[in-house]
Design a protein. Sequence first.
Length: 335
Amino acid sequence: MVLLRRLLRGFAYIFFISAISMVSTLAKAKQQPQEPEYRIGRDQTHNRFSSVIPPVIRVPSGSVIEVKTKEATDGQLSYDSDVEDVSALNFDLIHPLTGPVFVEGAEPGDTLAVKLREIVVEEWGWSAVIPGFGFLASEFPEPYLKTFKIPAGAKEVRFSDRVLLPIRPFAGVMGVAPASAEKLSTIPPRANGGNMDNKYLTVGTTVYFPVFVEGALFSIGDTHATQGDGEVCGTGIEAPMRIVYEVEVIKGGHQLSEPQYETAEYYAVTAFGETLDEAAKKATRYMIDYLVEARNFDRTEAYMLSSLAGDLKISEVVDLPHVLVSMHMPKSIFR
């Protein structure tokens, strides 16, 4: 029976990976649309995750959608703000998310694939040390603020006269609705995604979300022009953006516990926890599961390979009560 269950799990995961490969193949085969098929403005936002927030749009699987996002404070900060504005921030308004998007055919137990096609920073951004927030909040009790002009097409942003930072835009928050009518804070990451603050979720990445409710109800926001792993002071360069993404429903096969993602170079898993230790152990187990079920390794061999080739990454340490750890596995090692 143990062998039979293992074989069935393997077949399920292989079906899931085959479905993912089919999605990628079909996406490459069809001509890229010149214009997104659907558009959502930055006035169509919410800042909680819940199954009862109504969708702003319904789209079929395979749709390409353009959205505009606000910066993370929902207009409380501007390019001309000062530190007094930082001290006065109302956290109840944080994280305006554009959406939700109802994806037709998505049902609980499915996987929603979100391919990030374009992410463009719009004009300006800010970063701050916010009293009471951040990895070393007790050591930095005073507010601090920098604002940045970011011209169209810019590849770098000037942090100071001595520092230029590369622009690598991504969405700090993206996720589907949880199976709960409660309106949950967007601050911590959860199984539905949420505030993952993972700098690798940028253009060219496909993110896979477990679906908990009919239509998935996908939302995106908290966009960052750049950020390091960990986001230790609590902010990246927070900026409004234009994003184009494609949604695809994957039916059947392995059911994800938490979001996973991939590029042409690697496959990756994510895991949240109340401690880095808990999150790192979960991420390692998820990668072992992937290697056993998708790549047909023995579990002990997969554990060893995760040690030899897997890279644990601290995605964020500030979005309490949860931190997020990811693990990347390079595709180039497989023959």
